[in-house]
Design a protein around this ligand. Structure first.
Ligand SMILES: [Zn+2]
Length: 406
């Protein structure tokens, strides 16, 4: 494993600037390209499993976070309020849950709409002290792949099992290797909402779901969210520290605080249960992990540059440029590299961990072919240019870790 901060710099994925502020990294074009590929795919996975996406602002009125309980239980981690006038105070939000509760509340709801699955990849903020900040793993501005499911009580276990399966699939595609799964429970102290019956019920539901999903887990007392127990999928970083990447949490409290209700089949008013979940965690923590796990050599589907074209000699430049354009039109991220010697350009592409390099000489140009070299050193025989693009598209579409189709 390698330190994601060092590799992130070398591969120009992100940078930090003291003038921008500690814990506020800037994603450079290569990092942004990889991140967007991941974001788009996660969004598509969510869409296919019944999520509807919303967009909500990264800040809100102070009262919103008093109602949610964040101000009382999470205040130390929040940035101080921005006071515009006596009755107009805004805070950078510490989580997306309150906005999503308002989405549920934006009109009357019927049992027929449940489970109602709301998702957003949105910004949230944490006032971490500057001493603990570093790279992408501890930041003050967080882009969370978040989602909330509002459901009836008898739907909760099914939903949690469904979420665990989605998380497993997303991790397999990303190449995330969890170090363990834990059931985070309430501990001593005033950090947690005081409602023993609620905690007991939520804990029983999560144990039931874990058993049904056939998942081994360890208990972690004191690691729950302030409002409820949670299932945490853990990853380990280069220094051996464990961090939570993905979570599923069951919350019986916030729907009451926000006065959420729906009309049940018998016409009565019922309060939904809120399930908080993240498939891939925050983009920052996810990429800190992915950079280290893959040593920067991401699977082709989210590699910043997927195909680098190396023309040998000026006469083949137009063919190389046409090939680049065809790749771009086919949805790939393609660059042409010229100037230096072929050997130097091949080494540079290897340093950048580009999965496919296409060498184009006069012979290839004459036949309309390209010779692909793979990141792992394998060289493929020349093939028609369109075939090469199709093959890469196939690997990308399969979200495969391998560089050749099955
Ligand atoms: Zn939430």
């Amino acid at each position: 494993m390698v330190d994601h901060r060092k590799l992130g710099r070398e591969l120009e994925l992100f940078c930090s600037d003291p003038l921008a502020g500690a814990g506020l990294p800037i994603w450079l074009p290569a990092g942004a390209a990889a991140r967007h590929a991941v974001e788009d795919h996660v969004r598509e996975r969510e869409r296919r499993s019944g999520y509807q996406h919303v967009v909500s602002p990264p800040l809100g009125k102070r009262e919103l976070y008093q109602l949610s309980g964040h101000a009382d239980h999470f205040g130390d981690d929040m940035f101080p309020a921005m006071r515009l006038s006596d009755d107009d105070e805004l805070v950078l939000r510490p989580s997306l849950c309150p906005h999503h509760a308002l989405v549920f509340r934006s009109r009357g709801r019927s049992y027929r709409e449940l489970p109602l699955r709301i998702a957003e990849l949105g910004g949230m903020y944490r006032a971490e002290r500057s001493g603990v900040l570093g790279g992408l793993s501890r930041v003050r501005a967080i882009s969370l792949n978040d989602g909330h499911t509002f459901c009836a009580r008898d739907q909760v276990v099914d939903e949690v099992v469904h979420e665990l399966a989605l998380i497993r699939q997303a991790h397999a595609e990303l190449g995330v290797r969890p170090s363990g799964i834990r059931l985070s429970l309430r501990g001593a102290g005033g950090k947690f909402v005081d409602d023993p019956a609620m905690w007991a019920r939520a804990e029983a539901v999560l144990r039931d779901a874990l058993a049904r999903a056939g998942v081994d887990y360890a208990e972690a007392p004191g690691e729950a969210a302030f409002y409820g127990p949670k299932i945490d999928i853990q990853v380990r970083d280069e220094q051996g520290r464990e961090q939570t990447l993905s979570t599923v949490q069951v919350d019986y409290g916030k729907p009451h605080r926000f006065g959420l209700s729906y009309v049940a089949a018998d016409g009565s008013r019922q309060v939904p249960v809120m399930i908080h979940r993240s498939l891939a965690g925050s983009m920052e923590r996810l990429f800190a992990h992915l950079i280290e796990v893959h040593a920067g050599a991401f699977p082709a589907w989210y590699a910043p540059v997927q195909l680098e074209v190396l023309p040998v000699g000026e006469p083949v430049a137009p063919f190389a440029e046409r090939f680049r354009r065809d790749g771009i039109e086919a949805g790939l991220r393609v660059e042409v590299s010229d100037g230096a010697s072929l050997g130097a350009r091949i080494r540079r592409a290897a340093q950048r961990k580009v999965p496919y390099v296409a060498v184009i000489g006069e012979r290839e140009e004459a036949r309309g072919e390209v010779a692909l070299r793979l990141r792992d050193g394998r060289e493929l025989p020349p093939r028609p240019a369109a075939d090469a693009i199709r093959m890469i598209q196939e690997v990308v579409a399969a979200r495969s870790a391998a560089l050749l189709p099955d």
